[in-house]
Design a protein around this ligand. Structure first.
Ligand code: FMN
Length: 214
């Protein structure tokens, strides 16, 4: 007889249908992160996953695109294209953004009054590309090509042709792997944003959403 465990080890169990015997179709083991075939190791051992496999899986997660803006210690504007953004809490209103250690805005985030996030419109693809370009530590940003306003609390630039924007003051910084999770407390959300259709990013490409499904 084929046990539930051996089914899992051969990668045959792909899902659970309602009403099926749960002992034959155990819930997926959350530690077993693989993109091809069965993972090595026992059920109690976290499976390792190589960079490429992990990137390939996460590339399939579509998301909106934001530009995170802040100011560096000498008051210069700087920004970074980010998709690792999520709302976190309503009371107080918190959001999180993950920023790689060593990235252009990283050090500035810790000393700035705060940061702003502009959720980009599809028409702002050029801004997304600009804020995602490779920079050397001595480089500076010049956002003068894009209409902007300055957010009151953080002093960061906001791009009102985006679909929405939020100004944040720092709440907490949490180190996680090669990123820091910056938790911001939202203090202002009204910037008169005029953007209509959001810019999306999935499968390593930028998209404009085209079809509403429900
Ligand atoms: C669509 C997209 C989303 C990104 N999301 C993030 C993010 O959430 N956090 C982050 O630190 N970097 C993110 N990046 C990377 C930065 O925008 C930027 O490309 C990178 O820091 C440049 O790195 P380099 O100077 O080491 O080449 C993203 C880039 C792109 C194109």
């Amino acid at each position: 007889m084929i046990s539930a465990r051996s089914l899992r080890q051969t990668g045959s169990v792909v899902g659970i249908s309602v009403g099926e015997d749960a002992t034959m179709h155990p819930a997926p083991d959350p530690w077993r992160v693989t993109d091809n075939g069965p993972a090595a190791g026992s059920d109690l051992t976290p499976a390792s996953v190589d960079d490429r496999a992990f990137r390939n899986v996460m590339a399939r997660l579509g998301s909106g695109v934001c530009v995170l803006t802040t100011t560096d210690p000498v008051g210069r504007d700087c920004g970074l294209t980010v998709t690792a953004v999520s709302s976190l809490s309503l009371a107080p209103p918190l959001l999180i953004v993950a920023v790689r250690h060593g990235s252009f805005v990283h050090d500035a985030l810790y000393v700035a009054e705060g940061f702003a996030l502009t959720i980009l419109a599809a028409e702002q693809l050029d801004l997304a590309r600009y804020a995602a370009r490779h920079r050397y530590p001595t480089d500076t940003d010049d956002f003068s090509r894009w209409p902007s306003v300055r957010a009151a609390a953080s002093g960061s630039l906001v791009f009102p042709r985006g679909v929405a924007a939020v100004d944040c003051v720092p709440y907490e910084f949490v180190d996680a792997g090669d990123h820091v999770i910056a938790v911001g407390r939202a203090v202002l959300t009204s910037f008169g944003c005029t953007g209509d259709v959001p810019l999306l990013h999935v499968d390593r490409g930028y998209y404009r959403p085209g079809e509403r499904l429900d």
